[in-house]
Design a protein around this ligand. Structure first.
Ligand SMILES: NC(=O)C1=CN([C@@H]2O[C@H](COP(=O)(O)OP(=O)(O)OC[C@H]3O[C@@H](n4cnc5c(N)ncnc54)[C@H](OP(=O)(O)O)[C@@H]3O)[C@@H](O)[C@H]2O)C=CC1
Ligand SMILES: O=C1O[C@H](COP(=O)(O)O)[C@@H](O)[C@H](O)[C@H]1O
Length: 446
């Protein structure tokens, strides 16, 4: 890949993702000396330079405890704004005028999927795509066919080595570290298979709802929003053979499509009344399903997947339930390995010890590690991934093939045949009989 990008163009700079994640990431990169190139915001909203600087200030202030004023000033000095319609050539001409000195601009498409084609078309017609790189946000399309069409559009405009499909879970340290935990520990590596593992539970739960994004979310739902991408990526890292991206793709190819019979959808109380939600919406805000993987390592081991909004906690957690020890006295619970991948990331293992007293009774004790305590502050996923894309490093991005497999896996539950059941806010979704793990979902947390 040619050298580091020499400008960043943020389409959708007025949006939710830009405010919550992308602007704070650009600020952190500036603070660490990793970003010293022009940063151009693009949106339909008629923002001037001052409004952009104010919005950037607000986003940074909300993201960090103490603003590094020198870093902020450095970023602010390099900001510029282009306001205009995405289907107007004039928008791209004004952008091109700001990019005359840039030979390798990085375009970040933080925009609704509905306008991807317009933006890619505008970048192509203006000649900017030919020398640029592009970061595309998930979901990549809304099904297999549209993802394929999007891939064709992108490949028609950008060199394939310059297309970066972001799944920010791949930029999380704890997610990236799954394979290090699995393969780097003699304690775990030999037991990571059907002989020793009874089932795997993966939960991506959020205590909050759509946070003002109901209009967008209603066209997406929990499967497209997080299960098709983040949750399946985690499953792949848990299940793959040692090796690189090719092994990850291989195991995705061995995942059976989800079935409606083993899938439950839910919709939280009050969702239908949110602004932007279609009348009578059947969009799922909760999904639970069982994934089967046809490899020698995993034959017969269910991977229980669950994701949703307005649940009992905000956590992304894997719980691996081991089979009982062959000589365990009666009443001893199975060992559990927990991988906490989101807030409060870390890992835990429950071991059985003898309860004090005359009889041999089990007392499960947790051994727990909090990564924040061990490592302190680590870079946020978006910060790492934008840094990678600036350098042209593809390893932490999703591939076109990976995304195709992910759509194949979820396709059978996206045809409208699974209807959501109502659930109360603050719990764990509707009753998931039929897809519930045999021993139930394990309580989450340390
Ligand atoms: N927000 C999040 O947490 C996450 C978002 N994403 C993805 O990132 C992308 C952006 O998400 P997010 O920032 O939440 O989106 P927003 O809904 O906030 O939209 C981003 C910007 O796009 C413009 N926009 C909105 N609707 C339209 C439209 N119909 N036509 C043209 N422009 C429009 C708006 O700017 P203006 O009107 O000023 O042009 C808006 O500020 C999406 O692809 C989403 O799937 C991925 C992961 C997480
Ligand atoms: O992609 C998305 O992810 C977030 C959850 O990300 P996290 O890093 O906070 O775990 C989710 O809230 C959002 O709906 C979805 O689009």
């Amino acid at each position: 890949m040619d050298g580091r990008a020499d400008a960043v163009v943020l389409f959708g700079v007025t949006g939710d993702l830009a405010a919550k994640k992308l602007i704070p990431a650009l600020y952190e990169l500036t603070r660490r000396g990793r970003l010293d190139v022009p940063v151009i915001g693009v949106a339909r909203s008629a923002w001037d330079h001052e409004q952009l600087v104010t919005a950037v200030r607000k986003a940074v202030t909300e993201a960090v405890d103490v603003v590094d004023e020198a870093a902020f000033d450095a970023l602010a000095a390099r900001l510029a704004m282009v306001s205009g319609s995405y289907d107007s050539a004039d928008t791209y001409q004004r952008l091109a005028a700001l990019l005359t000195g840039a030979g390798r601009p990085l375009f970040y498409l933080a925009i609704p999927p509905a306008v991807f084609t317009d933006v890619v078309g505008g970048l192509t017609a203006s000649g900017l795509a030919a020398r640029g790189r592009v970061i595309v946000e998930k979901p990549f399309g809304h099904d297999l066919a549209s993802a394929s069409a999007l891939a064709v559009t992108l490949r028609g405009a950008f060199d394939p080595a310059r297309i970066f499909r972001i799944d920010h879970y791949l930029g999380k340290e704890a997610v990236e570290g799954i394979t290090a935990v699995r393969f780097g520990n003699r304690l775990l590596e030999p037991i990571w298979s059907r002989e020793h593992i009874d089932n795997v539970q993966i939960t991506l739960a959020e205590e909050f709802g759509t946070q003002g994004r109901a209009g967008f979310y209603d066209r997406s739902g929990a499967v497209r929003d997080v299960l098709q991408n983040h949750v399946l990526q985690v499953a792949a890292l848990l299940a793959m053979e040692p090796g690189g991206k090719s092994e990850e793709l291989h195991v995705l190819r061995r995942m059976r499509p989800l079935t409606p019979a083993s899938t439950v959808f839910g919709q939280y109380a009050g969702y239908a009344d949110e602004s932007g939600v279609a009348p009578g919406s059947t969009t799922e805000t909760f999904v639970a399903s069982t994934l089967r993987i046809d490899t020698r390592r995993w034959a017969g081991v269910p991977f229980h997947l669950r994701a949703g909004k307005h649940l009992g906690a905000t956590t992304t957690e894997v719980v691996v339930t081991l089979r009982p020890a062959s000589s365990a006295p009666p009443g001893f619970a199975p060992n559990l390995l927990r991988l906490r991948l989101g807030r409060g990331d870390g890992l835990g293992l429950t071991l059985n010890v003898k309860e004090p007293g005359g009889t041999v009774a089990a007392h499960p004790v947790p051994l727990d590690v909090d990564f924040g305590t061990v490592f302190g502050r680590r870079q946020e996923a978006y910060e790492r991934l934008i840094d990678d894309a600036l350098d042209g490093r593809p390893d932490r991005f999703a591939s076109e093939e990976t995304i195709r497999e992910e759509w194949r896996i979820v396709a059978p539950v996206l045809d409208g045949s699974v209807l959501p059941r109502p659930y109360e806010r603050g719990g764990w979704g509707p009753e998931t009989a039929g897809t519930r793990p045999a021993g139930g979902w394990h309580p989450l947390g340390r």
